[in-house]
Design a protein around this ligand. Structure first.
Ligand code: ZN
Length: 656
């Protein structure tokens, strides 16, 4: 034993210094390339023992680097898991527990620290889910260039609008690097391909036609291969630190979970992690000890000799890189995504061959005897359970306030993007999340079948397969006739098809389940209005506004309902309230101006419109209304001038 210890110590000294050489000085620091592959299960990669796939690029990196066989993400959701990789913090520490939640400036990111250390930094993302303009605010911090998606796109297909294929991400990274070749680089590439829907391009769609998920992985691997070849061509590969990691896995039906996000089983938390050091040091080593993706940031920093921030949840993996038998790391898991469905969030701890999952129905697994986590050994009085539960409670106690995300954090456009990617936003959960104690919410284990069906429906309706979506949603209603999520989705589909009466039927049922939910009330009222039931729409909106008077959309909707009644007076009141709530909103201004003109209150209309008709205002409708208001006052020249202005704007807006 002692001899082994001495040998290990020698190895540590040799290894640790080896990893840092050459001593980093200005301009001579190794390049750092981080590649995250979305939705990548460790056990679907060839060098992780999966014989049914070819992943030559990952295999090559493993042969020339260090492969961690037991690496885990703390979160099965893309944004949270990537933020953990970039900050070395657990989701409950960095606070990004949902889509669209900004990463607070007080948590330094890897890019920020490397940028301060003199690195040229850039990020290339494969999905709008990581766009820093809306769904991942703050994740771009420290990147000189962050390759967001275009703000406006006319593309109907998902490519370019929601996703970029791996090769496009790779090519964009290459061309940026070609234009910024000087200095040391920290570049992050995100390959989204293995995320569902599984649609690999040829030839992978053919080779893997019966296992399309594998086809996406093989394709992402080919994009990685292109990038590694590019690094070699540039002469950057040898000296670089290259880290490849999965952000989370995929359920593939295990534990009845089709995709990811709800559960914390190994199927969605066990990911591949490979680290290639400069000059292929320690090539071919495998590390069997349990480690975490929160360890990546401190590892890169320590390899570069840059000080890590205090109080990280992760720790440098340098001892493992050098072959030292250091203690395995305790893995914590967290998911709040079940809240989007009105179900309980989950927490887990994975340690010493055991996993404990805190849930309304808690679970304990002996991973050595039962790696598939299929036999729950939970007994509340069990000493092991008590110990693990205590560790989880201690972690919760020191985490900053969690789960306090405002539905307003995600804009309506962003909600559409989320739905198109197959996710729900916080507003979708309605008032189900108002339950003060999450453990009183249903256990996701009892609801997973519904989640699969809801996911199928969301993806199907995004692809225009209305019948498939409808069938899945009707199945949810068979399982739970008061599923507000299914009722609302059915209502929206009927609305989109113009079946307003039918839509109102579904939305009435959803509204009855969550009468306090403002979004549900608004949707129900719109369906009633469009199906001709104006009194019904009015009553629903009035009731909702009584609960929360500060609802801009509801004020606008109620104003329109009143116009339908020919009650301009009442309409004006609502539009005025809307303008007060959002003074700069041109939709509200236009509605109010129209109502004033209709009531022949031209002076008031001119007053309102002149206040907003600044030179910077490019909305022709404002000037057209202003022209009408002037005309009402007999100011013909002003009316003509405003009309001309509107016309010029309209013409310049016409597509060339
Ligand atoms: Zn992901």
């Amino acid at each position: 034993m002692r001899i082994l210890f001495v040998l290990l110590c020698c190895h540590l000294t040799a290894g640790a210094s080896v990893a840092r050489e050459p001593e980093p000085g200005k301009g001579s620091r190794p390049g750092v390339f981080l590649i995250t592959i979305d939705t990548l299960r460790a056990d679907h990669v060839h060098c992780y023992g999966y014989e049914q796939i070819r992943t030559p690029a990952l295999d090559l990196l493993a042969a020339q680097g260090i492969r961690f066989t037991q690496a885990f993400t703390p979160s099965p959701i893309t944004n949270s898991s990537h933020t953990s990789i970039m900050t070395g913090l657990l989701p409950s520490s960095h606070g990004v527990s949902d889509f669209g939640v900004p990463l607070a400036a007080k948590y330094p990111t890897l890019a920020e620290l490397l940028s301060k250390g003199g690195y040229t930094t850039a990020a290339f993302i494969g999905s709008v889910i990581l766009d820093s303009k809306n769904l991942a605010p703050g994740l771009d911090r420290g990147f000189e260039f962050y390759d967001n998606f275009p703000e406006v796109t006319t593309a109907k297909s998902r490519w370019g609008r929601l996703e970029r294929r791996g090769m496009e991400v790779e090519e964009r990274a290459e061309s940026w690097l070609n234009a910024h070749s000087a200095g040391s680089h920290f570049v992050w590439l995100h390959f989204y391909d293995p995320h569902d829907p599984y649609e690999p391009p040829p030839p992978y769609s053919e080779i893997y036609k019966d296992r399309l998920y594998d086809g996406e992985i093989a394709y992402a691997d080919s994009a990685l291969g292109h990038f590694l070849a590019y690094l070699k061509k540039q002469g950057w590969y040898e000296g670089a630190v290259i880290v490849v990691v999965g952000d989370h896995g995929e359920g593939l039906g295990e534990h009845h979970e089709d995709t990811h996000g709800i559960f914390l089983y190994d199927s969605t938390t066990h990911v591949p992690l490979i680290v290639k050091l400069p000059n292929e040091r320690e090539a071919g080593r495998t590390v069997e000890a349990q480690v975490r993706t929160t360890d990546i940031m401190p590892t890169i920093l320590s390899l570069l000799g840059i000080a890590a921030p205090a109080n990280l949840d992760g720790d440098s993996l340098e001892p493992f890189l050098a072959g030292v038998q250091a203690a395995p790391r305790t893995v914590f898991g967290e998911t709040e995504y079940p809240l989007r469905f009105g179900w309980a969030p989950l927490r887990s701890i994975r340690n010493e061959g055991l996993k404990f999952i805190e849930a309304p129905k808690p679970e304990l697994y002996d991973l050595r005897a039962d790696p598939g986590e299929s036999h729950n050994h939970y007994e509340p009085w069990d000493g092991t359970v008590q110990k693990l539960r205590k560790s989880l409670a201690e972690l919760s106690a020191k985490s900053p306030a969690r789960g306090k995300t405002s539905p307003a954090a995600v804009s309506p456009n962003t909600i559409d993007e989320l739905h198109a990617l197959g996710y729900l936003g916080s507003a979708d959960a309605g008032s189900a999340t108002d339950v003060p104690e999450p453990s009183l919410l249903p256990d996701p284990k009892d609801k997973i079948e519904q989640q699969n069906l809801l996911h199928t429906a969301t993806m199907a309706s995004e692809e225009g397969e209305t019948e498939k979506a409808r069938a899945a949603l009707e199945k949810v209603l068979q399982l739970d006739e008061s599923s507000a999520l299914a009722l609302r989705q059915l209502g929206r589909m009927e609305m989109a098809s113009g079946n307003y009466g039918k839509a109102a039927g579904y939305l009435r049922r959803a509204h009855a389940v969550n009468p306090n939910d403002a979004t549900g009330a608004l949707e129900y009222a719109r369906a009633l209005e469009l199906s001709g039931d104006l009194p019904g729409a009015r009553d629903v909106l009035l009731a909702s506004l009584k609960l929360n008077p500060d609802q801009f959309e509801a004020r606008l909707a109620l104003g329109q309902v009143y116009l339908g009644f020919n009650d301009s007076n009442a309409a004006e009141e609502q539009f005025e309230a809307a303008v007060l709530l959002q003074p700069g909103n041109s939709e509200a201004q236009i509605h109010l101006a129209k109502t004033l003109i209709r009531r022949k209150m031209f002076t008031e209309a001119v007053e309102l419109l002149e206040a907003v008709a600044e030179p910077s205002n490019r909305n022709p409708e404002i000037f057209e209304l202003l022209s009408q208001a002037y005309a009402g006052l007999g100011r013909r020249q002003d009316a003509q001038r405003a009309h001309l202005r509107a016309k010029t704007m309209q013409e310049s807006k016409q597509p060339q």
